[in-house]
Write a protein that binds this ligand. Structure first.
Ligand code: FAD
Length: 465
């Protein structure tokens, strides 16, 4: 009897509880991936994520084939496609790892009902988060709103489980099943093909994830706490897209870190994994996190409708070097350093007074790590509208942030080559360097930082309550 494993945000062989459990059963194992852009409430993947998904599925298909497990690709509504595939595979059981978005969870419940009606056993597993959102509960209120008590409660639960090893299921005959051809999904751009920078920067798939982690632990973890805010230092792991697609599990990352030197750097890094957990906790309890202000008073905020400035921000042509460097890094590589994400987001929301949802949507489309929880939770945090938000009067000054975290302007010069010749002390404010110092056709600032800061402060202060 065949066991069907429905893979989603867990595109890996190792430490994959659903796949692992399937291999403990007799009979063939078939893996299924469904590209579902159609079901109600499902947010279609952004362009950079689609590029990533293609590479990840390619690698996964090869790795599964080596185990004798075919990867079947289907497109359409999961509620129909998954039961149809299970029936076609003559599956006695269907296994998957749980998801925590509300539309996704609703689909999974319906699929489970349909399968059970067909006499198919369903088993689901925890794989994607160290702590499933409902397992951590505050003494009062429906869920945690502040990170520190959330993370304390998580740590109080003890060490997360150890990762599972690679399954061993060679030489079982799998039921032949129709599959789409990955190339037909056209997940990768062709004309124009803007993905060169992504391909230069990343290797999607489980092996790429493992190499990133090894490289990072080899040299990166020492000094992480001190340097993680420095975009010029390459001090962070760049594991985010791998975690997003589940090419590596947080359990694997956790225990790899734990097996190294203990200390402040390790704790700080594990705490960042905690922020990921916290975002998912918030999304689970607030399914509309990407569209609705967590704090309702922000509904009254008078955002400016300013397409020209929004486009300048998207293209990295605001005239503010730290913001432009970040936005160009994002466009080129599908990723942006965390400190710069905060600065670029703050500039859009506070200085330009453009709705955070515009920025969130752009990031969703362009980030390879675009994450249904981390992205909106972080945007709401910067906007001040979130659960555990920075207060509205915290407005990042991109010049001071640049001077502090990119002191020699190395990061800015990497992404804004027009500023190559601007001296270090002017690199974050080239408009003050005079005509000789500022480079080529680099634009003048589209907003006066002081004036727009005052405008934002008074607008946010006027919000009710
Ligand atoms: P590391 O410092 O090496 O951290 C390790 C892992 O911890 C990361 O891979 C990530 O999974 C998690 N992590 C680290 N920082 C955070 C954080 N602040 N919040 C939540 N998880 C974190 N992260 C995403 O994964 N997807 C997003 O779509 C996303 N959108 C963001 C939007 C804005 C406006 C901001 C300010 C932050 C956003 N982040 C997002 C969080 C953070 O910027 C990235 O997770 C981080 O830069 C990834 O780089 P890294 O893997 O080198 O991080």
């Amino acid at each position: 009897e065949t066991t069907l494993v429905w893979l989603r945000d867990d595109l890996r062989i190792r430490d994959n509880p659903a796949l692992h459990a399937a291999t403990l059963r007799d009979g063939a194992v078939v893996a299924l991936y469904v590209l579902d852009d159609e079901s109600d409430g499902i947010r279609p993947l952004g362009a950079a994520s689609r590029w990533w998904l293609h590479g990840s599925l390619e690698r996964l298909g090869d790795a599964l084939a080596a185990l004798g497990v075919p990867l079947v690709l289907r497109r359409g509504r999961s509620r129909e496609v998954v039961p149809a595939a299970a029936i076609a595979a003559n599956a006695g059981a269907v296994y998957w790892n749980r998801r925590y978005g509300s539309a996704e969870a609703a689909i999974d419940r319906d699929v489970e009902t349909t399968l059970t009606e067909h006499g198919c056993a369903v088993e689901t597993f925890a794989a994607t988060l160290l702590h499933e959102p409902w397992t951590l509960r505050p003494a009062s209120g429906p869920h945690y709103r502040v990170f520190s008590p959330f993370w304390k409660a998580a740590l109080d639960q003890g060490e997360p489980r150890k990762p599972l090893g690679a399954p061993d299921i060679r030489n079982r005959r799998a039921f032949p099943l129709d599959t789409d051809v990955l190339a037909d999904w056209k997940l990768r751009p062709t004309r124009p093909d803007w993905s060169g920078g992504l391909a230069e920067t990343w290797r999607p798939g489980e092996e790429g994830a493992r190499d990133r982690l090894e490289d990072f632990l080899d040299g990166g973890l020492e000094g992480y706490a001190a340097n993680r805010d420095r975009p010029d230092c390459h001090a962070t792991s760049m594991l985010s897209p791998h975690l997003r697609f589940g090419e590596i599990s947080p359990f694997q990352v956790w225990h790899a870190v734990r097996s190294g030197e203990p200390g402040n750097d390790a704790e700080k890094f594990l705490t960042e994994l905690g922020w990921r957990e916290f975002s998912w906790h918030l999304l689970f309890h607030n399914p509309d996190l990407a569209s609705v202000n967590f704090q309702k008073k922000f509904d009254a905020f008078a955002w400016r409708d300013d397409r020209t400035s929004l486009e300048a921000w998207q293209r990295g042509r605001t005239g503010i070097p730290m913001v432009d460097a970040g936005m160009r890094q994002l466009w080129h590589s599908g990723w942006m350093h965390n400190r710069v994400r905060m600065v670029a987001a703050s500039f859009l929301i506070k200085n330009l007074m453009i709705d955070w949802r515009e920025g969130e949507a752009w990031f969703w489309d362009t980030l390879v790590d675009a994450d249904a929880a981390n992205n909106p939770a972080s945007w709401q945090w910067v906007a001040g509208s979130g659960a555990d938000a920075a207060p509205y009067f915290r407005i990042f000054n991109p010049v001071l942030q640049g001077e502090k975290f990119d002191p020699e302007g190395r990061y800015v010069r990497t992404w804004v080559p027009e500023l190559e010749g601007v001296p270090d002390r002017m690199i974050h404010k080239p408009w003050k360097a005079g005509a000789s110092g500022s480079g080529g056709d680099y634009p003048q600032p589209i907003a006066d930082l002081g004036e727009t800061r005052r405008r934002a402060l008074s607008a946010f202060k006027d919000l009710p309550g």
